[in-house]
Design a protein around this ligand. Structure first.
Ligand SMILES: [Zn+2]
Length: 92
């Protein structure tokens, strides 16, 4: 799964943190195209909102793009999409 070229555009620190967010179950789907990323103790204290706008994921943190939150949501969607196969159509 980590061979995805999109994932490779994120730095190693972001990849590491995104995996941690996933493993700790910090990502929640709020509504279609909108996700909440809860803080990891020791990293930060803020819950960030990641939204899909015009097919692109944007985040409410300072970086806006290419942050660990966006990568975590991307990985989260890959996982949930593979569980419920017909959902994939929603993301095409
Ligand atoms: Zn972010």
């Amino acid at each position: 799964m980590n061979s995805n070229p999109y994932i490779e555009t994120f730095g190693h620190a972001a990849q590491y943190k995104a995996q941690k967010l996933l493993r700790l179950g910090k990502i929640y789907k709020v509504t279609e195209g909108e996700y909440a990323v809860q803080p990891v103790l020791g990293y930060n204290k803020t819950t960030y909102a990641v939204k899909e706008i015009m097919g692109k994921l944007t985040c409410t943190c300072q970086k806006h793009h290419h942050c660990s939150h966006i990568l975590a949501v991307f990985l989260f969607r890959e996982q949930t999409e593979s569980i419920t196969g017909d959902r994939q159509l929603l993301f095409v």
